[in-house]
Design a binder for this molecule. Structure first.
Ligand SMILES: C[S@@+](CC[C@H](N)C(=O)[O-])C[C@H]1O[C@@H](n2cnc3c(N)ncnc32)[C@H](O)[C@@H]1O
Ligand SMILES: [Zn+2]
Ligand SMILES: [Zn+2]
Ligand SMILES: [Zn+2]
Length: 282
């Protein structure tokens, strides 16, 4: 994969629909040590799984809606006519994708698949490293961006976590767990997305204990999960974007947890940390 040359006017190197500028070019080096990608890169383990195979798309010629579109009918309607999220966050979303006959048109069941549409900016926060804000206000339910990275399994996520824990010079952890309820059973951790080496603007979005974005698992074209970030309330122009990295954590685990600097009233004190990743390897 080619390493993209980027500058402070667009850290995506021209591949996003909308440029992603950096507020202060002094920090360009903080934004240059990863490959910018618009989509997840599945690890070998996932490329081999059946869920990397293409899904059968819909055959809609006109609008995709809940009465006629096989994609919408399968898991339910996802967006209103303004492409704002209407689905509850505890069920996954199936969007129309590359295998659907509607895919070249203005399908309203295609939102994450259309990529970033908002003017996002990366900036240096006082105490959390880099962060992201939006240069325009955002309506509740708007898709902001996908958390892009390498899709890895639990074994690889444990190896990478151990590697980082042994090297305190690694300031940031970019591994996010994708948890889904399978057939209404208990929460099942299926996979992880690591944006350390491959990622997009979302890798700079910080955690907050009172976030303004929420994570929803979305699929289109194949069954490989995508972590999509949507506004959970109206967000003002210039406000820092944040989402919750996971269930709150109120204790330091084996020195692996970090203090949370979200400064909200409900701050638990520590960044969420997936302690399943520090158990002995299986
Ligand atoms: C996904 S990265 C977010 C971008 C990161 N700030 C950067 O400079 O690349 C996650 C890392 O950011 C930092 N971080 C994110 N949210 C934080 C918070 N609420 N308080 C303190 N540090 C935070 C931690 O170092 C964490 O491991
Ligand atoms: Zn479709
Ligand atoms: Zn469609
Ligand atoms: Zn906090």
């Amino acid at each position: 994969m080619e390493k993209i040359l980027r500058n402070e006017n667009d850290i995506s190197g021209g591949i996003e629909n909308v440029a992603v500028p950096l507020e202060d070019k002094e920090y360009l080096k903080n934004c240059s040590d990863f490959v910018y990608s618009l989509q997840n890169i599945p690890s070998l383990e996932f490329q081999e799984k059946s869920w990397a195979e293409e899904l059968q798309g819909c055959e809609c010629e006109a609008e995709c809606n809940r009465d006629t579109c096989s994609c919408v009918k399968q898991w339910g309607a996802n967006y209103n006519s303004d492409r704002l999220l209407i689905a509850s966050s505890d069920r996954p979303i199936l969007e129309c994708g590359k295998t659907c006959s509607c895919s070249s048109g203005n399908c309203q069941n295609k939102v994450v698949g259309r990529g970033v549409r908002l003017k996002l900016q990366v900036f240096k926060t006082p105490d959390k490293g880099m962060g992201v804000k939006c240069l325009e206000s955002i309506k509740k339910g708007s898709f902001v961006s996908e958390y892009v990275g390498e899709v890895i399994g639990v074994k690889e996520a444990k190896t990478r976590t151990k590697f980082m824990a042994e090297r305190p010079s690694y300031c940031c952890n970019y591994i996010l767990g994708v948890r889904e309820k399978v057939n209404g059973s208990d929460v099942d951790t299926v996979s992880f997305v690591d944006a350390m080496y491959v990622g997009n603007v979302s890798r700079f979005i910080n955690h907050s204990c009172e976030p303004n974005l929420k994570m929803v698992v979305v699929r289109h074209t194949n069954l490989i999960p995508k972590i999509a970030l949507y506004a959970s309330r109206t967000i003002n122009e210039g406000e820092e974007l944040s989402f919750s990295y996971g269930p709150s954590c109120n204790k330091a685990i084996l020195g692996s947890t970090r203090s949370c600097f979200c400064k909200t009233d409900s701050c638990s004190g520590y960044l969420p940390f997936d302690d399943s990743l520090i158990e002995s390897s299986d």
